[in-house]
Write a protein that binds this ligand. Sequence first.
Ligand SMILES: Cc1ncc(C[n+]2csc(CCO)c2C)c(N)n1
Length: 223
Amino acid sequence: MSLFERLKSDATASWNAYVNHAFVRRLGDGTLPMAAFRHYLVQDYLFLIHFARANGLAVYKAATLEEMRFAHRSLKAILDIEMDLHVRLCGEWGLTPAELEKTPEHSATMAYTRYVLETGLRGDLLDLHVALAPCVLGYAEIADSLVELHGGIDTDNPYAHWISEYSGDAYREVAASAADALDRLAETRMTGARYPHLLTVFDQATRLEVDFWQMGLDAAREG
Ligand SMILES: Cc1ncc(C[n+]2csc(CCO)c2C)c(N)n1
């Protein structure tokens, strides 16, 4: 069993709360209030800035050139591919990247991103990749299961672009190579004694993903 599969099965309650969150279900059936999605996406842009930094930290923490190249590719995927989606969609709402960067960070954004950075600063590359895993591996799983549930991408769904982006081949590859990278890191760094702490990190990061979805839903409720 891969390390990711093992962590997921030992953190089932949190994982299910993440991948089956009401935000996800309503994104899938198109009933998510647009205010919730906008709030989420603007915060997600701020989130990605710090996630790019966390991958920069992974470059620094790398022990081999292969590990360094992997972290560098992940950093580039965020800066050159993923943030483009956010800039494009926010641009349709009249928001420029400069305005996005000036938006105050929500505490859910701060909590998640700083938790990942702190875990990586304190620990080694395996700790950092375990903290990054729910993010990188979760979105591909979520988008794939939405496509499967609805028998394809419904072009009438206002969130079709988001679903097609994350269910596309590029993210499937990013997720598969992140799961592989975890296993390769585990070969040299994993010990039985480390597992309980790694599971705590994985579970905590997954619960912070749940809080991130909830932040989006709550924004719509607040008006
Ligand atoms: C809260 C939150 N969690 C996960 C992702 C998805 N994501 C972030 S970095 C990355 C790797 C490649 O760019 C992926 C898939 C997100 N955008 N926002």
